[in-house]
Design a protein around this ligand. Sequence first.
Ligand code: GLC
Ligand code: CA
Length: 563
Amino acid sequence: MNKKWWKESVVYQIYPISFMDGNGDGVGDLRGIMSKLDYLKDLGVDVLWICPVYKSPNHDNGYDISDYQDIMKEFGTMDDFDRLLKEAHMRGLKIMMDLVLNHTSDEHPWFIESRASEDNPKRDYYIWRKGKNGGPPNNWESYFSGSVWQYDETTDEYYLHLYSKHQPDLNWENEKVIDSMHEMVEWWLKKGVDGFRFDAIAHIVKAVGLPDGENPNHLPTVRAYELFSNLENVHTLLNNLYKSVLFHYDIMTVGETSGLGPEQALSYVGDTRNELNMVFQFEHMQLDAASGGSGKWNLRPWNLLELKKVMSNWQTVMHEQGWNANYWCNHDQPRSISRFGDDSQYRVESAKMLATFIHMLEGTPYIYQGEEIGMTNIAFQSIDDYRDVETLNFYEEQMNQGVPEEQIMEVIWKKSRDNARTPMQWNKSEEAGFTKATPWIRVNSNYPLINVEDALKDPDSIYYYYKKLIALRKQHEVIVYGKYELLLPLDTQIYAFTRTLGDVCLLVILNFFGEEPELNLPSKLHLSSKELLISNYSIKGDDELSTTVRLHPYESRVYMLKA
Ligand code: GLC
Ligand code: CA
């Protein structure tokens, strides 16, 4: 058992623009975060992952960086950052930076120089190519719709951007880019930050020669993700970064790596790889999207058997080989209760059940801001209220293709990244206590019902349930290191599993739906010496656990069994 502090930690993700406005201009900021450190400490989390706060023109809320060593003016100053880091450390909270190494902003001085002329010394910091047959150099489609290539008149060439056209991809084949990146990462480490979430890290290497993706239907662009995701050289680059910089610091690292299964993920996080501590996988995020077509926007219902298959596979493959990062939600995903639970009748029950799942798996649990009070999706009637570049590009593309607007909006309500980006709901006052001004994006109108202030007053709230889950992790090693085993693999409503460490066995029972199914446990479990650690219902009388028991809607229970 390879013990590490980052395995024993719980991470809380902050999306600064929507967390707390400290100076009354409608935009969240560093002082706002500072004012909530005691709240976070009290919840019991260990690490704060802070989404990008670097200088940025904000085409993608900070994921388009124009200066890696400066702070976005809307968020404050470097002094504010230093104070935040100090204040966090004083409370025993660590800070994990979100760092974008795949691309910069098109307003980064490197890119301004790069686009100036073909012989500019910074030209090769980015990926430039001549057009082909009057069009772009290849047929790759951007994550944010349309071609990955943007034509630039000055030099009559195209530059590559996997995300928006304001996010040109860096050229990691250029030693100077690599050196600058290493230096910059080290600069932050010397400041004392405690780790990094490496954004879009799977994509820093593109297939040699930038070949066309397969295109049997002759579409203008195709999702050729395999030509720029998880290629072998990404590992060489990460290994170099590790050896020359990361290795010298006691930090935690997590990579954003879409498009892989656990076996492949081991090449990033395997104990012997010296690359990253853990990666965010996306297989469970794809369970409600049909393959092909418009990707994540192509809705289909998810089902529990598929979820079990995906999660069990990650649990099994990673055990004692690597480490998982477990999450339901982040700033790119819809709200978890609206997606995997029930955000109306059983909002509280399903929020607690979903939380139990993430916190009882092997791996580091991630909480996304607002999850701890059960925040839900929004459904703005007008596209004008949406802010997310991915959503706006999708809307425009679909409108151009003649798709009826109601149909587009239905999909946006389910999948838009803005679902998770509405302001944190602190209290019942106007704008949910997030700001005294008009917020940059509208607050969810359910804030009078769902807010931190009320959650703190109610001992049965989702907030206190999270607090208890986190506290349990600190009390029982089996929650951190126990080996996972799936029970009842064919049950379509109940997800049950055990975690075992030595002679201690944790039994986790989760009803994923609003019905009341009967639970039939295998007889091999030693139910004679059981202790209930946590549940979202009060368990007494007929509800006491035996091999057969009927579960309540969205019920969750965790027992400790001793052999
Ligand atoms: C990652 C981020 C997302 C961002 C994209 C481009 O996927 O999580 O928010 O838009 O990278 O940087
Ligand atoms: Ca502000």
